[in-house]
Design a protein around this ligand. Structure first.
Ligand code: HEM
Ligand SMILES: N[C@@H](CC(=O)c1ccccc1NC=O)C(=O)O
Length: 261
């Protein structure tokens, strides 16, 4: 196409708003279903942004760049605050309002959020059970599987510590779950005692771990108040299942050293 005939860039075209604002398709005539859809779409957009930042963060860490890594971590943490806070908006929906359209959700559920599973994998989760909700041979399954085969954020952090001259244990199989490592804990104690850039990065990783746990806690409370102990549309026991996910920190070594600091 000749440049002269191309429509001028506008707010609407730059942001693809025709597509974005045409992407809400309630399955009922219930007033509250639009909120439910919009909230989830906003989540998925933030997940996209967090994943984009997390990849950048891993590059910055592996290059030993404390300033950039710290800035990126602060951005991710700020987004986490926003996504935890937006649960307040969904909690303005009463149980009976949700019940009015819940059956129309069929068997769809948060279990099928591929970006959430990719995020968990980037943060170090290695757990085949999540695949149950993604068809074999599908793109989403491949994305989660790829993320589980790459070094996690914590692996990039240990690489960063090595670049900074710390004698970190090497040779971890990055496709396996993160296990507490006494040798790495000794290194972390030195990092905290030195109290320079790496200790700031470590504290931000603790913030991130806590932020993820905050989200899980707020999600469970929202579930308890909205559907009580009904089973989930995704086939789990619902709030009971979600409570079992509450107390598994992503970076166990960073928590293990705290009683010695
Ligand atoms: C009224 C609001 C909500 C209710 C009642 C609810 C309920 C549930 C339930 C019962 C499960 C367990 C899976 C199942 O059997 O269905 C679940 C999982 C999940 N939900 Fe929600 N949810 C709500 C809102 C949200 C929102 C806003 C998000 C944001 C993306 C979300 C993301 C997830 C994720 C990622 C999981 C999987 C968690 C895991 O396995 O650790 N949910 N939800
Ligand atoms: N699992 C929820 C339904 C639900 O919340 C949901 C359904 C479809 C898409 C996203 C959802 N949000 C989180 O699980 C339930 O059992 O009511």
């Amino acid at each position: 196409m000749n440049d002269d005939t191309q429509a001028a860039l506008s707010y609407t075209s730059y942001l693809s708003l025709d597509e974005v604002l045409d992407a809400q398709h309630p399955r009922s005539d219930e007033h509250d279903e639009l909120l439910f859809i919009v909230i989830h779409q906003v989540y998925e957009l933030w997940f996209k942004q967090v994943l984009h930042e997390a990849l950048y963060l891993q590059e910055q860490l592996e290059a030993g760049n404390t300033a950039h890594a710290t800035r990126t971590l602060r951005r991710i943490l700020t987004i986490f605050k926003v996504v935890v806070a937006q649960i307040d908006v969904l909690e303005t929906m009463t149980p009976s309002q949700f019940t009015s359209f819940r059956a129309r959700l069929d068997a769809s559920s948060g279990f099928q959020s591929a970006q959430f599973r990719v995020l968990e994998a980037v943060l170090g989760r290695r757990d085949e059970r999540v695949f149950a909700h993604y068809p074999e041979g599908g793109d989403q399954r491949a994305q989660i599987s790829d993320a589980m085969s790459r070094p996690s954020l914590f692996d990039s952090f240990t690489t960063y510590l090595a670049v900074k001259g710390y004698d970190v244990p090497t040779g971890r199989d990055v496709t396996k779950p993160l296990e507490p490592s006494p040798a790495l804990q000794e290194v972390l104690l030195r990092v905290y005692r030195d109290d320079t850039g790496p200790s700031v990065v470590a504290e931000h990783l603790v913030d991130l771990d806590e932020g993820m746990q905050e989200w899980r806690y707020r999600h469970v409370k929202m579930v308890e108040r909205t559907i009580g102990d009904k089973t989930g549309t995704g086939g789990s026991s619902g709030a009971h299942y979600l409570r079992t996910t509450l107390f598994s920190p992503m970076f166990p070594d960073l928590w293990a050293v705290r009683s010695r600091l």
